[in-house]
Ligand binder design. Structure first.
Ligand SMILES: NC(=O)c1ccc[n+]([C@@H]2O[C@H](COP(=O)([O-])OP(=O)(O)OC[C@H]3O[C@@H](n4cnc5c(N)ncnc54)[C@H](O)[C@@H]3O)[C@@H](O)[C@H]2O)c1
Ligand SMILES: O=C(O)C(=O)C[C@]1(C(=O)O)C=C[C@@H](O)C=C1
Length: 307
């Protein structure tokens, strides 16, 4: 993008994988004029400065948001309420306040009460990430050909919504809008449960290690390896996701356990047809995703085809 930036000053609160990626893409593609960065720990802020991610740095989030027309909360979802409380006095009238949290219902509940009149709060969630965390993990192309879901409140200002959508499109994403509750249900099955299954299977294998000696490590070159990538994801982030999307995750977990029991029963009773039918159905799902234009190599698998 060339010409006038969409926003004069963007403030990023939290500068890990997502904050750092946003800083890099926004600067590279000229989406914002200046970038102000705040985060909780002095070491991380110093690292962001060494990486030259921004123009203004402050440990005080309320100072960082002063004069910003776009403020993005890039902290674990459990930290959003205290951050919202602390930045409220510094927010500029007319500014857009958004976030990137993996859950949306709880973020809306926690942040909305602290948003001053005249500030447009529009929650968001880029469906893009890796198992890495911290400012060094960020990269400018993270959001390319990924979805970004916005969950605007009913009374949203349409101009602010369009401006935020344009920002995410500038980051390379396609933008979808949906209700926060629906978002949380969908993400519980496509993102939260896969992570919980990975944490669980790797934990179980680790417990078995004492029984199987080094075999878990020795033979983990194939399917198990894919689980270890997800299970290496940030513990704080995923603890918060579980605590802040409790109902939807519990609902999906109970459905999942029922289906697992059905599979267990089929194996116990030698019901090969049931197993074969299920495996055939799931194989065709992956194939149809690939045919729809997605890449086959693991890091790019979630990228979708451009129209
Ligand atoms: N990692 C992913 O794959 C991914 C993808 C999409 C969305 N998200 C969401 O994005 C958000 C950030 O995730 P990330 O992967 O960038 O995490 P991260 O651990 O890499 O970075 C988090 C940042 O927040 C800071 N922080 C933590 N608590 C804070 C507080 N109370 N006040 C100020 N700063 C604080 C940390 O110092 C760090 O700079 C989370 O809400 C997560 O759910 C993550
Ligand atoms: O690719 C990964 O490593 C991710 O876990 C990214 C992923 C996902 O589940 O797709 C994880 C959490 C986010 O909220 C969004 C994206």
């Amino acid at each position: 993008m060339t010409g006038t930036p969409l926003f004069e000053r963007m403030a990023l609160i939290g500068i890990g994988l997502i904050g750092s990626s946003l800083a890099q893409v926004a600067r590279q593609r000229g989406l914002v004029g200046e970038i102000a960065i705040s985060t909780r720990s002095p070491e991380t802020l110093r690292r962001a400065e060494e990486l030259d991610l921004g123009d203004i740095y402050s440990l005080d989030a309320a100072v960082a948001v002063e004069g910003a027309d776009l403020v993005i909360l890039c902290v674990p979802v459990g930290a959003n309420e205290s951050v919202a409380k602390s930045i409220a006095p510094g927010l500029k009238k007319g500014a857009i306040l958004t976030d990137v949290g993996s859950t949306k219902g709880s973020v809306m509940e926690q942040v909305s009460p602290h948003v001053p009149d005249g500030v447009h709060f529009i929650p968001g969630h880029p469906i893009a990430g890796t198992e890495e965390s911290g400012p060094d993990a960020g990269f400018a192309t993270l959001f390319d050909q990924r979805w970004c879901i916005l969950t605007p409140p009913e009374n949203v200002d349409s101009e602010a919504l369009e401006k935020l959508s344009a920002f995410w499109r500038g980051c390379g994403s396609d933008v979808d809008k949906m209700d926060a509750k629906h978002h949380d249900l969908v993400l519980a099955i496509v993102s939260h449960l896969p992570h919980l299954i990975a944490y669980n299977i790797v934990g179980t294998a680790d417990d078995l290690e004492t029984v199987t000696k080094s075999e878990v490590i020795k033979y983990s070159a194939s399917g198990f390896r894919d689980f270890t990538r997800l299970a290496a994801s940030d513990p704080t982030m995923w603890r918060d996701v579980c605590l802040h999307n409790k109902d939807a995750i519990l609902e999906m977990l109970s459905r999942f356990s029922e289906d697992l029991s059905a599979m267990q029963r089929a194996i116990r009773w030698g019901d090969g047809q049931t197993l074969f039918d299920l495996f055939t159905r799931t194989r065709s799902i992956r194939r149809s995703i690939i045919e729809a234009g997605q890449e086959t190599d693991a890091p790019d698998f979630g990228r979708h085809a451009k129209d």
